[in-house]
Design a protein around this ligand. Structure first.
Ligand code: TYM
Length: 327
């Protein structure tokens, strides 16, 4: 019998999850749990590159677990666990780092972007993609659902795996499996309220589980141009339309696009429409979230079971890697 496809992805608990995370990664990941063996983790080691508050890190990690479960992750199908519960990834990251050219890491957009925005150029931030490669390779992952910003990291992962295979593989026998990214074209970059990519670090997010008042405020502050109410507006360049398309039906989106072109309605009206749809879209998930919160042990149980499964796989792969490299 063929082994099931293994699907893996991670999310940093460096802040609160936003709708960019949801549409870019969580929704596709939740859909994929039906198609193979899914492993999803909370990247707490990675979050240490930007978050140095132990209480916040622990709280955020639990909150990511809660929010992911509320959004539909089914722990009977997909394992959910903390990255740091599988400490072998740091061992694999070390081994991978010994074949990774510094020049390859110097080209990583994410590192350059973070340093340009004022992050300290710590070694951990620089080798972030190596740890991410270890996360993926330690589970023999086939498919990695992510948003577009992670594409380069997966290319680096493939490159590192190929180097390990060239260096330590024997005829016809690879040490590590090369993964494929899975990026949904329609949601690969969800814009934030300023029109840039929505990101925890840019302060432009709409949170999945923000309260009603705050969510409305965020939606109403989406940046628009100064076209007057009566004038026609271009739906093709509007953040409002782009976000509306994530939560409304095709017909509803077409109607909004027409109203844009016709003129006579202000951006404020369209933002109200967007808020209503968005709020309704996440209503069942808010309900599920309240239910989970009532069961004190649920999250710990899920994370414990998930870590058990992940450790079993990581242990086997590390045995193979250690053997191949001579440890
Ligand atoms: P992170 O925590 O920044 O984001 C988690 C996931 O959400 C996606 N995403 C978006 N997609 C579309 N539009 C947006 N505006 C948007 N913002 C975020 C991201 O692409 C990502 O898929 N390095 C990773 C975490 C990680 C990981 C891994 C992922 C660590 N190890 C191994 C996959 C495999 C990160 O920082 O994602």
């Amino acid at each position: 019998m063929k082994n099931p496809v293994r699907i893996l992805s991670g999310i940093q608990p460096s802040g609160i999850l936003h709708i960019g995370n949801y549409f870019g990664m969580m929704r596709p990941a939740i859909a994929l749990q039906e198609e193979g063996e899914a492993l999803y983790f909370i990247a707490d080691y990675h979050a240490l590159t930007s978050l140095r508050d132990p209480i916040a890190l622990r709280e955020n990690s639990r909150r990511v677990a809660l929010d992911f479960l509320a959004c539909g992750l089914n722990p009977d199908k997909a394992a959910l666990f903390l990255q740091s519960e599988v400490p072998q990834v740091t061992e694999l990251a070390w081994i991978l780092s010994t074949v990774t050219p510094v020049s390859r890491l110097e080209l990583a957009h994410s590192y350059k972007d973070k340093v340009a925005r004022g992050a300290a150029a710590a070694a951990g931030l620089f080798i972030y993609p190596v740890l991410m490669a270890a996360d993926i390779l330690i589970y023999d992952s086939d498919i990695v659902p992510v948003g577009k910003d992670q594409k380069q990291h997966i290319e680096i992962t493939r490159d590192i795996a190929a180097r390990i295979n060239e260096t330590f593989g024997s005829a016809g026998k690879a040490v590590l499996k090369l993964p494929e990214p899975r990026i949904q074209a329609q949601t690969e970059v969800v814009p934030g309220i300023d029109g840039q990519k929505m990101s925890k670090s840019y302060g432009n997010t709409i949170d999945i589980f923000g309260d009603e008042k705050e969510t409305r405020k965020r939606v109403m502050s989406i940046v628009t141009d100064s076209t007057p109410v009566e004038a026609p507006k271009n739906p093709d360049v509007s953040t409002i339309v782009q976000l509306y398309a994530l939560v409304a039906s095709k017909d509803e989106v077409e109607k909004m696009r027409e109203q844009f072109r016709k003129g006579g309605r202000g951006y404020g009206d369209f933002k109200k429409q967007l808020f209503e749809k968005l709020w309704d879209y996440f209503a069942p998930m808010r309900k599920r979230r309240d239910e989970i919160l009532r069961d004190k042990n649920y999250i710990n149980d899920v994370l414990g079971r998930g870590a058990g499964r992940a450790n079993g796989i990581a242990h086997e792969v590390m045995k193979r890697v250690r053997g191949a490299v001579g440890l």
